[in-house]
Design a protein around this ligand. Structure first.
Ligand code: BES
Ligand code: ZN
Ligand code: ZN
Length: 489
């Protein structure tokens, strides 16, 4: 649980107090806190560098069982992002110390020059996300999350921002939901199981759920989606989640790639590339978690989430390279490579969403291409859009939430590379280069005149090594990003 309070250090007894310390400037105003920092700085081993830490077990001025000074580095590098990371590290440290709760002294806005609301939001997020432990598959549970994390602020701020802890908790619960879905192994998240798990999570919300099974998908002619699903024993689903508050004026469609395992199909991936392909449903996980959270927070927009859920497997029934399929939209596609399956299921889902809901904007989120990881690495997602303002708004939300995005181009002349001799399009570019762009251009063919953006999260959806506020596994990337973008519409 998260809390925001003010304390009187003279009278109030604390269990654990954690204080962020800058190496070159004071970022606190409270005299008791600055006196404690001065005690730390007397010691040679503590300078306030990032990663520096020292624990006091008694203090003349503060009634606490322990006081932990943790370095944040240079003042010029202090941002809401670095404070989000610092809070995650602080909470992880408290978990290591086997604590049940902690108090965190928030730097003063007067000293840092940062906006109090943004600092509080970031620090609450880092703390809440850093407190997440996914040990469902461990028999022996080694670590326990803190029960309570309290941020200490002046009385006026505690009052003014009293709504933040609950709001941030809701948003982080969404991120955590997406993380756990991504980390779940594919043997426990077939399309049917993943759909059931999403429906289970929507019980406490007012979301309207519609599921299309294989029979319905055939009737409605989801030819591209069915071709991808053909090789697997685990049958596909198309899940729709709808948040429709009274009075909402805009309709937004969110599409999420939901490949519960991507073996590559007949164009089977190489061993190294198969690694981690349980995460190929991270787009669907982020969209489902976003809808669930938007409903809990009563976001005043009509939002639909459309999730094509399939498993991409090789078998006697699998689609072959060279097969031609008719998409939901009517356009035909020659399957140049069965491993370029994401764009096929997204094409059908996008066309269906646009026809059914007539949204003002469509955003799809997908672990779409290895090429996007080559271009931007593992911490930045690629954004493509037919609408510059839409791309800009997503990039801005990325800056604010720390879920970074970079706007990449959609050059019209590259469409040449997706030509097929026999069909309207090929799902495989004729060039080895610019794979993230050609994948996005393929999708653009199914957006019609609707404002559309595509977010390629292939690099950012899963991490192999833990970072400041995320353990190894699913990152939940995209939930905070989409919620922030929606909030500003
Ligand atoms: N799911 C992969 C993309 C991916 C790769 C995600 C690495 C995360 C990490 C996607 O379906 C895929 O296989 N893309 C191919 C496309 C190619 C065959 C045109 C790729 O990127 O190599
Ligand atoms: Zn693939
Ligand atoms: Zn894939």
């Amino acid at each position: 649980m998260l809390k925001l309070i003010s304390v009187n250090f003279k009278n109030d007894r604390l269990n654990t107090l954690v204080i962020p310390v800058c190496e070159d400037r004071q970022i606190h105003e409270n005299k008791t806190v600055t006196a404690q920092i001065a005690e730390g700085e007397k010691l040679r081993e503590f300078t306030g560098k990032k990663g520096d830490e020292i624990i006091f077990y008694s203090s003349p001025k503060i009634k606490a069982d322990r006081i932990l000074l943790l370095g944040v580095g240079k003042c010029k590098d202090l941002t809401t992002g670095s404070l989000r990371e610092w809070s995650g590290t602080a909470v992880k440290k408290c978990i290591k110390l086997k604590l049940e709760n902690c108090h965190i002294a928030v730097p003063s806005a007067g000293k840092t020059g940062l906006h109090t609301d943004l600092v509080l939001e970031a620090m609450l997020e880092g703390a809440c996300l850093g407190n997440h432990i996914f040990d469902k598959y461990k028999y022996e549970k080694k670590e326990t999350s803190l029960e309570l994390i309290t941020l200490i602020v002046p009385p006026a701020a505690a009052k003014k921002f009293s709504h933040l802890p609950l709001q941030v908790s809701a948003v982080c619960s969404g991120t955590i939901l997406a993380r756990e879905w991504v980390s779940t192994p594919s043997n426990e998240k077939t399309p049917a199981q993943f759909a059931a798990s999403i429906m289970d999570q929507t019980k406490a919300t007012d979301l309207k759920i519609t599921v299309l099974d294989e029979k319905k998908l055939k009737q409605k002619k989801f030819g591209a989606l069915l071709a991808v699903a053909a090789g697997s024993q685990n049958r596909p689903r198309l899940l729709m989640l709808e948040h429709k508050p009274k009075g909402a004026k805009k309709t937004i469609a969110l599409i999420g790639k939901g490949v519960t395992f991507d073996s590559g199909g007949i164009n089977l991936k190489l061993t190294g590339s198969l690694d981690g392909m349980k995460m190929d449903m991270a787009g669907a996980a982020a969209v489902a978690a976003t809808l669930i959270t938007a409903s809990k927070l009563n976001v005043n927009l009509h939002i639909v989430g459309v999730l094509p859920l399939v498993e991409n497997m090789p078998s006697g029934n699998a689609a072959r390279p060279g097969d031609i399929v008719r998409t939901f939209a009517g356009k035909t596609v020659e399957i140049g490579n069965t491993d370029a399956e994401g764009r096929l299921i997204l094409a059908d889902a996008m066309a269906y969403a646009i026809q059914t809901f007539k949204p003002q904007a469509v955003v799809d989120m997908a672990t779409l291409t290895g090429a996007c990881i080559v271009a931007l690495g593992e911490k930045i997602a690629g954004v493509f859009s037919s609408d510059d303002a839409l791309a800009r708004a997503i990039v801005e939300s990325g800056k604010k939430t720390g879920e970074r995005c970079w706007h990449l181009p959609l050059p019209e002349d590259y469409k040449e590379l997706l030509k097929s001799d026999l069909a309207d399009l090929s799902n495989m570019s004729s060039s080895r280069w610019g794979g993230a762009i050609t994948a996005a251009l393929f999708l653009s063919e199914f957006a019609k005149d609707t404002a559309w953006a595509h977010i390629d999260i292939a690099g950012t959806a899963l991490i192999k090594k833990p970072d400041a506020f995320c353990a190894a596994g699913g990152t939940g990337f995209g939930v905070r990003l989409l919620l922030d973008w929606l909030k500003n519409l």
